[in-house]
Each structure stands twice: as C-alpha cells, then as structure tokens.
Design a binder for this molecule. Structure first.
Ligand code: IMP
Length: 440
C-alpha cells in the first residue's frame, strides 16, 4: 500500500518525525517534489539529523527515492550522504533519471532575482537554493536531467545552449559578472563526475518503473511531501510559493506512480498546532503588535528558526480555513497534529475558525493572495492546557492528553473530516501519541 504525507500549512509542520516513524513500516520512502529547500529534522536516540534532500526514511535504513518531480543538487546530495556515513549510517538513495539537476547558475539566478525584487511585493523570500530557476528551465525545456549527466556529449550540448542564454541574461539584464557558475567546461567536468558516481553507486532509477515493481510485489511506499499546501505553486498563495506541488497530486506526477495507487492509499495531512511562516506573504493570523511577546515565546519554545536558512519564522494562530483548503485539495484520510506541547502553559489560545472578507464570512482560502491578505480572522477561544511530562503522555496514549488538548484535536477532526492518527508532543520520535498508524 501507499501512505502519502502532505504538509497542511506553510511547510515546517514537523513532517520529518512522522515520516521517520511511519517509514519504519515502509520499504521505500519517496520524495516527489522540491529539492534541498526542504529542511527535515529527524531526532533519533538523542542524535539530530538535519536533512534537506535525502529522504528522511534513509535515517531508518530504508531505500529513499528522489522522484522525477524533484530538483536535485548533486553537491548537496553527496554532502548529505557523506555526513550520514560519518555518523555510521549507510543510506540507500536512488535518484530518478528524469529528475532535473540544480546547477550552480540556478542559485545565482535565484539570489539575483530576489535581490532585484527586494523592494517590491514580488519578493518571495526563497531559500536561495535555485529551486525556482531550475523548475523554470524544466518547464522551458532547457533543463538538464539527471540522466543527461551520464553522457558527456549530451551534457555539453545542453549546457552550451543554456549557459550562453543564462550568461547573456545575467550580464545584460542584471548587469552582473557571470563567474565560474557559467563556465561550461567547469560545469561539464564537475557534473559528469556526479553522473559517474551516481552510476557507479547504482543510484540511478527510472522511478516510475522501480516503484511500480515494488508496489506490485506488495511493498509499502511512503511518499514524503516537502513544504506545504499553502506554498504549493497551484494551490498556495501565489506568488509567495515554492515552484512545485506539495499537495497529494504531486505524489503521482512526481514519482510516476499512478493516481489510482496513490488515491487508494492513505493521505495524511500534517498540521502544526499553530502556524509558522518563513519568507514573505500574508499570514492573517500572525501574532503581531501586542502579541509579539507571545510569538517570541512560541518561536523560542518551538525552535521556529529555518532549518535551511536559520531565519526566524513568523508565528500565527492556527488557521482552520487554511486547513480546510488543504484537506480538500489533497483528500486527507487522516491527520497528525504536531507541537501541542509548545502551546502548553500559554495564557490564551485562539483558533481562526473562518475569515471575514468584504462583509462575507468564508470558511476557505480565497484564490488571490491580495484577497487572502484582506481576510480578517474570526477567532474562537479555546481552553489552554498546562505543561505535562510529555514522554509519559506519549507512552500512556491519547487519553493521557489534557482534556482541553483533546477538545482542540477533536474540533480539528470534525472541521476537516479526518481522524487524528498521531499527536506530536515533543521533538523526539518517541514523543508522539499514536492512536493508529496509517498502515493499519
Ligand atoms: P524556494 O522553495 O526556495 O523557491 O522558496 C519559495 C518559498 O517557499 C519561500 O517563501 C520559502 O521560504 C518557502 N519554503 C521553501 N521550502 C520551505 C520549507 O521546507 N519549509 C517552509 N517554507 C519553505
């Protein structure tokens, strides 16, 4: 069977911990979109693993696949594999030959465009990893795919066209000195070598066929979404989005596993009990002005600083219209709610149940970002809960959660029409209250 993990908010919902936990019953963990913009922290036995590209399941000894929908920076890939090896792991990572390659000039373009947009509301606040420019080249049919790294002539041909084009834009439009990132010979030498390493280490796959065979043979596939629904390029608040589809449809397009298979499995929405956002864009429930102290408290307690960039995250109250939007776009069959421990001990607890927009009450997110920015939250006050021995709660199970916390969770279940499978009560893998695994 398959289980698909989808971020229900703006990324950073704590997907890694669940992927790690539920990955135990999977044979293969598949990333279907994004690249090294993702930040997955997996804590195991006190050891912290920070991954941005390698599927988090690899920490548990599973096969990890980077599907065709991913954009792969081979430098990051081999660095992360090396770091895991130094910690005594032997990660089994496969890469789709159809996946696109992030080249050094993509990062230059990412940062150049962000600088250019600096004082406009077009600024996205990207992670600077070259994600958008790589997907742009994919759609523009001038990208380099992983499979192209295997044949130096093909690689050189592709790069000669594309690099000349990029160099001209960099120099003539943006007025920068195009450096070594735009040197075809250097690029061919470095990236053909990655191709050789990928082949030598038996890491290359036609992902769709590889996964088809595993599924046919009765294997369990876990699809690990990165980022979240509200930064999905189609269903997020454009243009403050990433350039791929974290929603469940992405799992099929970005892996080559058919929608009938993905749809027949479980699709679990991962929710953080409050909101955080890195980068630009509206956040109707943002804690600002007289709530800044509260935001600081949650930020510190929840460690809300970007895994990839270290940027402090903006903090807001839980936004249920955003969650309804996510549940409908991805057909959630279950939920996991993380970080309920971070909310413990607060003096007040609010949840945005609906929005007011132009005199109307709305239960979901409007299609334009401008409208979303004008939405006024209709808050509902919830009872707070106190600090607990969360490890003990995790051990005892759902009924050991404070009653107010259970009310909060049950409200979400009824609004989103999906049961809560798990509740995150701390950063460690064991600090999870599990009611049911999605594999059951
Ligand atoms: P990009 O993916 O680097 O192009 O960034 C586009 C937007 O997505 C920016 O607002 C980033 O902050 C946001 N973003 C990208 N990856 C993540 C993530 O893993 N968690 C949260 N936000 C992300």
């Amino acid at each position: 069977m398959t289980v698909t993990i989808v971020g229900a908010q703006l990324g950073d919902e704590g997907k890694g911990a669940l992927v790690d936990r539920w990955g135990e019953e999977a044979d293969t963990v598949v990333r279907y979109q994004g690249g090294d913009n993702a930040g997955h922290t997996v804590v195991e036995g006190g050891e912290e693993y920070k991954l941005s590209l390698v599927p988090s399941g690899c920490v548990r000894g599973k096969t990890g696949v980077l599907g065709n929908g991913c954009v792969v920076n081979p430098r990051t890939l081999f660095d992360e594999i090396e770091t895991l090896r130094e910690k005594g792991l032997d990660p089994d990572v496969r890469v789709a030959k159809r996946a696109h390659v992030i080249l050094p000039y993509h990062r230059v373009f990412d940062n150049m465009e962000e600088t250019d947009k600096e004082d406009t509301d077009m600024k996205v606040g990207t992670t600077g990893r070259g994600i958008g420019p790589t997907y742009e080249d994919k759609a523009g049919r001038r990208g380099v795919r992983i499979g192209d790294l295997l044949d130096t002539d093909v690689l050189r041909n592709r790069l000669e066209y594309t690099v000349a084009n990029k160099r001209a834009i960099a120099e003539e439009v943006y007025g920068i000195d195009a450096g070594v990132e735009f040197d075809v010979d250097e690029l061919v030498a470095e990236f053909a070598e990655y191709g050789r390493r990928l082949q030598e280490n038996d890491m290359l796959v036609e992902a769709g066929d590889f996964l088809y065979e595993q599924h046919e043979a009765g294997g369990n596939l876990l699809f690990e979404g990165a980022q979240g629904t509200s930064i999905d390029i189609d269903h997020g608040n454009y243009p403050n989005v990433t350039s791929s589809n974290p929603t469940a449809g992405g799992a099929t397009v970005g892996s080559g596993v058919g929608p009938g298979v993905v749809g027949a499995g479980e699709i679990v929405g991962i929710v953080k009990a409050y909101l955080s956002r890195v980068g630009e864009g509206p956040l109707p429930t943002e804690m600002e002005d007289d709530e800044e102290d509260l935001a600081d408290e949650i930020r510190e307690k929840g460690g809300e600083f970007g895994t990839v960039t270290g940027r402090p995250r903006r903090i807001g109250w839980l936004d249920v219209p955003m969650l309804r939007h996510a549940a409908r776009r991805s057909s959630f069959t279950g939920l996991a709610v993380n970080h309920v421990d971070v909310l413990a001990g607060l003096e007040e607890l609010q949840v945005c149940h609906s929005y007011e927009l132009d005199g109307e009450t709305r239960e979901t997110v409007p299609a334009t970002t401008e409208e979303w920015a004008r939405c006024e939250p209709n808050f509902r006050e919830f009872e707070t809960w106190s600090e607990q021995d969360w490890s003990a709660v995790a051990e005892e199970g759902y009924d050991a959660l404070p009653a107010a916390c259970r009310d909060y969770l049950e409200y979400l279940e009824s609004e989103l029409g999906a049961p809560v499978y798990a509740v995150g009560v701390g950063p460690d893998r064991d600090q999870t209250v599990e009611r049911q695994t999605p594999w059951e």
